[in-house]
Write a protein that binds this ligand. Structure first.
Ligand code: FPP
Ligand code: MG
Length: 348
């Protein structure tokens, strides 16, 4: 198997070990402040992925313990704090979000024929598609077991609706695969559904647990959704400009999979009809080689697709920050602003 750095054209025969990125001071401070809560969440994750069927915890551990930053559990903790809720039910609910996230990544790596995840060989490559799908199902089922920790119907509704929306988003993306006519609106609708909705749920849950009114719940949902869109926008940009060992995933995968993301959608809107045909043919072949991936990466840069996508990401973070600006000053509010900045700057 070959791994490939799109900037240098260098090839590696092995994936690089996962290097934990140095976090910005602010985020470090936030993580430290919620360290005890995150440790309890970790206990739930460790206990609940166990099974007497040894293959299940073996595969679960591979992905759960691979350096994920627990952004969704963290957001739930901070948003609960923001509205003054500190009950124990936060911890299993935060684990629910992390399990749903992890299950979706196991399934996503099968769908995307991924080779790497968080700097390690992905589970589908090691154990195969069937085992990955089943362990994703197991974690997803465990999430619903943990969800019974809350008898609040609004909590259950938010989590189940988020999950169905994620599947819809991923399915629309599949339908739109390789479609060079895809619009920006369609792209944003996909990433709102497949990615942003779970961060929106994390933030909304904080307000719901605190018994806040629907106005506050909707505000937090919108805030989380903007963070989620930013997260996916930076992810989609890093797929073209990231350095593999920092990104922890194979660079250039989106184009090989026919995934239409904003940097490419932007460039396709600016280019000539013949360039557009050329790009469509490469994507349609489903077998883009390294040279063709580099050609597309250069094409995107030439038309400013990277700058455009990053500017949009920065715009979403600004909007998210503005949404919570009217809230009273607190550590939790500062923490949310730090997480927002971190999501924009990660690995760039
Ligand atoms: C990563 O996107 C994938 C997602 C954000 C969501 C995947 C959702 C599903 C598979 C459906 C929901 C499934 C369950 C079990 C709840 P990406 O491929 O753009 O990012 P990547 O580079 O990290 O792979
Ligand atoms: Mg993927």
């Amino acid at each position: 198997m070959k791994y490939f750095d799109i900037l240098t054209g260098m090839k590696y025969t092995e994936p690089h070990g996962f290097r934990c990125k140095v976090q910005s001071m602010e985020l470090q401070k936030v993580v430290s402040a919620y360290e005890k809560d995150l440790a309890v969440v970790e206990e739930f994750l460790e206990k609940e992925h166990e099974s007497y069927v040894e293959l299940i915890p073996e595969i679960s551990r591979h992905i759960i313990m691979s350096g994920g930053k627990r952004i969704r559990p963290l957001l739930l903790m901070i948003c609960s704090d923001l509205f003054g809720f500190h009950g124990d039910v936060r911890h299993p609910l935060a684990a629910v979000l992390e399990f749903i996230h992890t299950a979706s990544l196991l399934h996503d790596d099968v769908i995307d024929h991924a080779n790497m995840r968080r700097g390690k060989t992905s589970a589908n490559r090691i154990w195969g598609n069937a085992a990955s799908v089943l362990v994703g199902d197991y974690l997803y089922a465990k999430a619903f077991k943990l969800l019974t920790a809350s008898s609040n119907h609004d909590v259950q509704k938010i989590v189940s609706e988020a999950t169905t929306t994620m599947v819809e988003g991923e399915t629309i993306q599949l339908i739109k695969s390789g479609d060079v006519a895809i619009s920006e609106e369609e792209y944003f609708s996909i990433i709102e559904k497949k990615t942003a909705v779970l961060m929106a749920a994390a933030c909304a849950l904080g307000a719901v647990l605190a018994g806040e009114n629907s106005e506050s719940v909707d505000l937090m949902k919108e805030f989380g959704a903007k963070l989620g869109v930013t997260f996916q926008l930076t992810d989609d940009t890093l797929d073209y400009v990231g350095v593999e060992e920092d990104f922890g995933k194979t660079i250039g995968m989106d184009i090989r999979e026919g995934k239409m993301t904003l940097p490419l959608i932007w460039a396709l809107r600016q280019c000539s009809p013949s360039e557009r045909d050329r790009i469509r043919d490469i994507i349609a072949s489903k077998e883009a080689d390294d040279e063709e991936v580099i050609e597309i990466a250069r094409f995107i840069r030439a038309y400013g697709g990277i700058d455009y996508a990053l500017a949009r990401a920065a715009g979403f973070v600004d909007e998210a920050k503005k949404l919570i600006a009217p809230l009273p000053e607190s550590f939790a509010k500062e923490a949310l602003l730090a997480v927002a900045d971190h999501i924009l700057k990660r690995n760039l």
